[in-house]
Design a protein around this ligand. Structure first.
Ligand SMILES: [Zn+2]
Length: 489
């Protein structure tokens, strides 16, 4: 496929003249029939990676996505672009049968991994000559990733049943170990895959964190930050209640136009707030992590976290919403003792007692007795996991979650450059950048935000990929050790 043809489709179907970094390389690899793992940060135009090839390939593209809301967002965008040949598989019975009879007329088919475990759906897909299988949010397949979803484990078999179609694995961030795990879990070796990675580094985002003695001090610091930092901003909270209360408090104690945003609000209200923020009628949003998906605002100047995020993966994604226009922006993490308790609560899933699990397994009790996470356990039951297999799988997952949280704590209390720490975490070469974080520039808040500095990549360690992985695994052992000590205190 020549580049001219690809650019023609870019202009004709998407209205763009140029690709963003990493897009063209990914599209060319796919059109050449190569399986591709693309790791492009949020806002990197990931949907284009499967949408553009769809117009140059004969058959439909199947997109697997973990959330209905993510799929709906993609479907709406395609519709707005004038594309009608879109099918989002859902429901059951008659509706589904009708959908399945239309598969070969579709250009884009969206489905959850759970639905793709259904034999009727698989048979219909086998009759459809798929041109591309896209696995969105591919890190969900990795137990080492921040958002592991057991249904993603079914995708290896699906891929096989569909006769190994060319596969695009998409994710925003993945450490070398998660990358490795993604490939293993879909049944591909590193040699069978082209990997395209864009750096997680955003040179125009200044990094800062403050360790504060109490929640009162945290509140005062927040007020100072939001009234000092220029432009529009987002403050992330770990709970809906806190987001609502703090929005109220900031409205009373400043002249800022502030609103709260969380998934518990009516959708019309949420939509209105998004629009007002985009139109600069609101300067500040106090939100939970529900805010951000589908937000297309380039000039967000700062992102503040009022709690400890559960992983650096999540943190980097959320701060990546700042400074999309390339102008100087800031990311500030506020941290008070005890915050890690809350974060730990958020990431802990309690296993049900073995007796109950077995009862449900043998059909002697309703799955709801397994507690608030019964749907998750139900998945394991349906896929014939014994209680000891479940325990093993959970144990692994939990130590990983603990490690991620511990890395996040380390980031919060660093005494050396924060940027270098993030880059090392994601297995990237270090960069040389001056005034890049509060460690290099302690008095940063009293100065106007500086224009972004030039960044030089220093390929210091030309490590082999597996050496790098080994280093991370060692790091992991060490941290688990510290962490288990910490837990006992
Ligand atoms: Zn720094």
């Amino acid at each position: 496929m020549n580049d001219a043809k690809i650019y023609e489709v870019l202009k004709q179907h998407f209205g763009y003249e140029h690709f963003r970094d990493g897009q063209l390389a990914t599209i060319k690899a796919l059109l050449a029939g190569k399986n591709t793992l693309a790791i492009l940060p949020t806002g990197g135009g990931k949907s284009l990676l499967y949408q553009l090839p769809a117009y140059l390939l004969p058959g439909p593209v199947l997109v697997v996505s973990p959330l209905i809301s993510l799929m709906q967002d993609q479907v709406d965008r395609l519709h707005r672009n004038g594309e009608k040949r879109v099918l989002m598989l859902s429901g059951g019975g008659q509706d589904r049968r009708q959908q399945l009879s239309q598969l070969s007329q579709a250009k884009f088919i969206f489905a959850s991994p759970e639905l793709l475990a259904n034999p009727e759906v698989v048979r219909a897909l086998q009759r459809t000559k798929l041109s591309l299988l896209t696995i969105d949010e591919a890190h969900c397949i990795s137990q080492w990733g921040p958002d592991f979803r057991p249904e993603y484990l079914l995708l290896k078999q699906l891929r096989h049943e569909l006769d190994d179609p060319v596969t695009l694995l998409l994710t925003a961030t993945a450490t070398p170990r998660v990358r490795h795990d993604i490939l293993t879990k879909v049944g591909l070796s590193a040699e069978q895959v082209v990997t395209i990675v864009r750096s997680v580094n955003r040179p125009n985002i200044f990094l800062a964190a403050s360790e504060l003695a109490s929640s009162d001090e945290k509140q005062t610091t927040l007020l100072k930050l939001v009234t000092t930092l220029p432009g529009a901003g987002i403050v992330y909270f770990a709970s809906r209640r806190l987001a609502t209360q703090m929005a109220e408090w900031l409205r009373e104690n400043s002249t800022l136009a502030v609103a709260a945003y969380h998934a518990g609000m009516p959708s019309a209200e949420r939509f209105r707030i998004q629009q007002q923020f985009m139109d600069n009628q609101l300067q500040l949003i106090c939100a939970t992590s529900a805010f951000g998906m589908g937000i297309d605002k380039d000039d967000i100047r700062f992102v503040i976290h009022y709690h400890l995020p559960t992983s650096l993966e999540n943190y980097v994604q959320e701060i990546g919403r700042a400074g999309r226009d390339g102008q100087q922006s800031a990311a500030v993490l506020l941290y008070a003792p005890g915050d890690e308790q809350l974060a730990r609560q958020l990431t802990t899933t309690e296993l049900p007692p073995a007796g109950l699990y077995q009862k449900v397994q043998q059909g002697q009790a309703d799955r709801r007795v397994l507690g608030p996470d019964y749907e998750l356990f139900d998945f394991y039951i349906r896929h014939h996991y014994s209680i000891s297999q479940l325990r093993e799988s959970f144990g692994k997952r939990q130590s990983q979650v603990a490690w991620q949280l511990h890395q996040m704590q380390k980031y919060a209390s660093l005494t050396s450059c924060r940027r270098q720490f993030i880059l090392a975490y994601f297995g990237e070469s270090t960069v040389e950048q001056t005034d890049c974080c509060d460690i290099d520039e302690p008095g940063w808040l009293s100065k106007p935000l500086l224009p972004p500095r030039k960044t030089t990549v220093v390929p210091k360690k030309n490590e082999r990929w597996d050496t790098q992985l080994q280093r991370l695994l060692n790091l992991d052992k060490e941290s688990n050790f510290h962490f288990s000590n910490l837990d006992k205190q």
